[in-house]
Design a protein around this ligand. Sequence first.
Ligand code: HAM
Length: 482
Amino acid sequence: MAKDYDAPPGVFDLLPSDPKEPWRSSYLWSHSESIMRNVAKNFGFAEIRTPIFEKTELFSRSVGEETDIVSKEMYSFVDRGGRNLSLRPEGTAPVIRAVVEHHLQHAEPLQKLFYIGPMFRYERMQAGRYRQFHQFGAEALGVRSPEQDVEMIDMAMTLFASLGLKNLSLQISSLGGKKTREAFREALKNHLKGSFDALSETSRRRFETNPLRILDSKDPQDQLALKGCPSILDLLEDDSKEHFIRVQELLNKLQIPYTINKNIVRGLDYYNDTVFEIISGELGSQNSVGGGGRYDTMIEELGGKSSPAIGFAAGIERIFQVLISQNSTLPKAPAPLLYLIPLGERAKLECFELMAFLRKQSLPVDMDLSSKKLGKAMQRANQINASFVAVVGDQELETGKIALKEMETGKGAEVPLKSLPRILEILSKQKETETIIEELLRPFDTAEEAKFFINKIGGSVEETTHLIESLKKAVAQMKEIS
Ligand code: HAM
């Protein structure tokens, strides 16, 4: 195909498996998304899905007209009805728009919502920075307490840990209220005034429009000018100061390590009080895997009833890049439990019927439909990582027994066809069975634990006794047969 039709810069495809860029393998994404959903469930968050485009005004109003995101990074367009629309550059404003539009807080002022999906920013391309990227985000509405802030941070850190990320650092700060930010803006401008001419072009521009962003500059000249600049933390009002101290106490209580970075500047204007970023040393200059903070005024600004809120979002591409640079074991791509290789037309028909039957039992089974030569069909079984393979010819059909060969070990076992569904069922549940056995073998610390376990697996002491008797019988029966 002509290069003309390649995907535009900054976006990418997720292929079933991508050996060159393993993080672009779709199974990795679906596997990780289910881990993320599980963490969200454990923290009591429900999923929300909003459209990928919104009215442009929504973002200029909430994220801020002067931010880079709104002023130069949005994919904005006029639709055929003359509406100014933009692909969402972030997920918080759309979530709040939906909450206000559907009056979700009327029935229940406390809302804990999460989302997973693509965001769009026309950014300068570099490693770890894309124009369509994906976020997991969570927003908790209705509670202003420091506990809510720490629940959010704990959720972010648990999410990263559950996905297998290591050595992340959590940085926190406080931006205080509006008064504090205004005072800090002035103090910062006063500090930089003398060295204005030495500032980089971008920072000179930001001096008037958004001086806080200068703190974020990596330019050495800007860094020099910033030396000894005032700290926003010294300007916090009592209420914000107390809040920030309590957040630190609670992080200590949950043993979540953190550092205070008074220079955290979020690229979005809606924050107040607690802000945080989660940084990985493995990511080069785009080192933030996630970030968030409190935004207590957005809901009212977007037409809802005044309500506090806090949230965070994590960059999914960056999560995978950290995992890969840390040489973490990645999950295996899903593969068939059994691959059937029929030899001849009669076997093909029998296997086809068997496969359809097994699939109805929810068993992942596949077969060679193209009548390849045996060697080629075995190669295919290998390629798709089938756990077991069975070659079925006339002899197997006659005896009603097939040889199951385990691909990894090369070991085989002859199995009556009528036992196949049950055997595959057992094989497919191997992990669950192992967990139950592991639990059984682990001594219980208290009688209550033992009681809970018995209730869970058997329902009652009698049923559990029955289960153990059945297991004994199965062992005896097996010994007898072999
Ligand atoms: P953000 O810091 O702009 O916050 O983005 C969150 C995360 O998305 C970043 O830490 C990064 O991992 C990832 N990210 C951002 N831009 C890109 C990009 N161009 N390419 C790849 N990854 C990227 C927000 O979006 C806020 N809505 C977070 C929030 C939720 N605050 C409160 N609630």
